[in-house]
Design a protein around this ligand. Structure first.
Ligand SMILES: C[S@@+](CC[C@H](N)C(=O)[O-])C[C@H]1O[C@@H](n2cnc3c(N)ncnc32)[C@H](O)[C@@H]1O
Length: 196
């Protein structure tokens, strides 16, 4: 399935990129700086948005067919792509200034474990930036998402339409910024380590 997804992904996403995601990626990714960990890089859609203020990007992605495509999008900035999952990140504690995930948390098998790993590798003053689609606050729409998810997961590489990613983030991090689009189904989250 991963191979088919990697083959169709950029073409299938093109209308949504034009409608919304290109704007959100440009708005938020071009502001980043320092060392960046990108979770679930897929075909490398985000690579062209990283500015010169970013020193280094470690992009992790479990699917080898996605990685092959992502490698073709690496440009001048140092970007290293590794075959890894968010639940088990091969990096020392306190390594990254920023961790980003775009359209990834819907597909992760163990999102709680992934967030704990992100917390571990993020520097104490680091930030996270997620652009994700989430469970609707509208009961009728949420009901539809619940009904569609079991079938959708099989055709769309484990994508859960009904995942409440904002609630999950808030269990591990302190959300500092949130913006919503498309009837609040698409959200941008920024968060920092929770002070204890
Ligand atoms: C919908 S694609 C998004 C790709 C890209 N981030 C984007 O914005 O277009 C979801 C990606 O998450 C990856 N993924 C799935 N489970 C993952 C996990 N446990 N850890 C890291 N990445 C994962 C998939 O292989 C896929 O490449």
């Amino acid at each position: 399935m991963g191979k088919i997804m990697s083959f169709v992904y950029d073409t299938a996403m093109a209308p949504l990129e034009r409608m919304l995601f290109h704007r959100l990626r440009k708005q938020h990714l071009t502001q980043l700086s320092g060392t960046v960990l990108e979770i679930g890089a897929g075909t490398g859609v985000n690579f062209k948005y990283y500015p010169d203020t970013v020193d280094f990007v470690l992009a992790i992605e479990p699917e080898s067919s996605m990685i092959q495509r992502a490698k073709k999008k690496v440009h001048a900035l140092p970007i290293s792509i590794k075959q890894q999952s968010a639940e088990d990140i091969d990096a020392p504690d306190n390594t990254f200034d920023v961790v980003i995930a775009t359209l990834v948390f819907c597909s992760i098998d163990q999102p709680d474990k992934a967030l704990e790993e992100i917390k571990r590798v993020l520097k104490p003053n680091g930030t996270i930036l997620f652009i994700e689609h989430v469970r609707s606050e509208e009961p009728a729409l949420a009901w539809l998402q619940d009904k569609l998810t079991p079938a959708w997961r099989h055709v769309a590489d484990n994508c859960h339409l009904n995942r409440d990613t904002g609630r999950l983030i808030a269990t591990t991090f302190t959300i500092t910024y949130q913006a919503h689009y498309a009837r609040k189904i698409v959200r941008v989250f920024k968060a920092k380590q929770t002070d204890h």
